[in-house]
Design a binder for this molecule. Structure first.
Ligand code: TK8
Length: 326
């Protein structure tokens, strides 16, 4: 009897309207903003208008780290943000900080959507989160207002904003930069005032955040692939009827597929747009990139190995080798 009542009650709940927020950090006019709108549309369609997801962009709900705290505490329902800022809470997320891990976006999809991506997401519930899907932020490149970065020495002393993430701080300090952690929400002002000389982000973000207005030089390094991760508050999620969880999960997956397509199309065009906006673009030589890569090798083994565990790191290498050989 109790069981039957429970089922009836949850069926009734699944019928009632529900409004919730989905926070993100970039401008509304960005790949993140476009995908957030698609996500909200899909949630509405799949629920016949009963579930209303309200996307709130431009860090109006706070920077990634502030939103993370609110989501895990249960005062904010959902967000999308960088995995890099999550590492302080879920150390296994450090896997995605490994410099030069992927040779292309297909390899990223393969690992993120496969067993390893799921395994790492599986660490989230203990910390108050439910991970739904990974979106693409993309391969990161360097911009700055001082000089083209052609060789290792060019990074020396550069006040470089990095994400609030140990590996990024260590990696860029190892390369000689004066790397300083800062929330993305504060970055534009810091670049404009000269408090920071440079930053690193994918072409899409350099364009949508108008960093070309303060940054003359763009150096193509593709030094790391950054995922974004769509998170729900576990406290909130656990109270949702199963049917509603399924709708949101399905909409998140559809929005992910849209987001990756859209981001890749934009990235293909963005470099040309950035040149038109007046950025001076250079590519360090293969030799110089290799030197940077070699300098970062010990970070890979020590820092990331320590956080994610060597067995997982080896498994990742194995899966990538298998994928490349297929
Ligand atoms: C946006 C950030 C951004 C990230 C960063 O909130 O902080 O540089 O690349 O996309 O998550």
């Amino acid at each position: 009897m109790a069981l039957a009542l429970g089922a009836a009650a949850s069926a009734a709940m699944a019928q009632s309207p529900l409004t919730f927020k989905f926070g993100y950090g970039l401008k509304e006019d960005s790949n993140q903003g476009r995908a957030a709108r698609v996500f909200a549309e899909r949630v509405s369609q799949l629920s016949g208008g009963r579930l209303k997801m309200e996307p709130v962009g431009a860090a109006k709900l706070g920077s990634d780290d502030a939103m993370q705290k609110a989501v895990s505490a249960g005062t904010q329902e959902m967000m999308v943000g960088s995995t890099a800022t999550l590492v302080s809470v879920v150390k296994e997320m450090a896997l995605w900080d490994a410099p030069f891990l992927f040779n292309g976006v297909d390899e990223a999809d393969f690992l993120l959507d496969g067993a390893i991506g799921q395994q790492i997401m599986g660490k989230l519930p203990d910390k108050g989160f439910v991970g739904l899907v990974y979106w693409e932020n993309g391969f990161r490149n360097l911009t700055n207002s001082k000089r083209p970065i052609n060789s290792l020495g060019d990074l020396s002393g550069l006040k470089l904003r990095v994400m609030q993430n140990d590996t990024f701080i260590k990696a860029f300090r190892t390369l000689g930069a004066d790397a300083r952690p800062m929330a993305f929400a504060e970055l534009d002002a810091a670049l404009r005032s000269g408090a920071m000389d440079g930053q690193e982000n994918p072409f899409n973000t350099i364009l949508s955040s108008k960093f070309y207005e303060s940054q003359k030089y763009l150096s193509i390094t593709n030094h790391v692939y950054s995922p974004w991760i769509v998170l729900a508050s576990k406290k909130w999620w656990d109270k949702l009827p199963k049917a509603d969880q399924e709708i949101i999960q399905q909409a998140a997956t559809q929005a992910r597929d849209f987001e990756r397509r859209d981001t890749r199309e934009e990235a293909d065009r963005a470099l040309k747009n950035l040149v038109e906006k007046g950025m001076q673009v250079n590519v360090p030589t293969f030799g110089e990139l290799s030197r940077m890569r070699n300098r970062m090798d010990h970070i890979y083994a020590r820092d990331i190995g320590e956080k994610v565990g060597l067995p997982l790191l080896l498994q990742v290498q194995n899966e990538l080798i298998g994928y490349r050989d297929r």
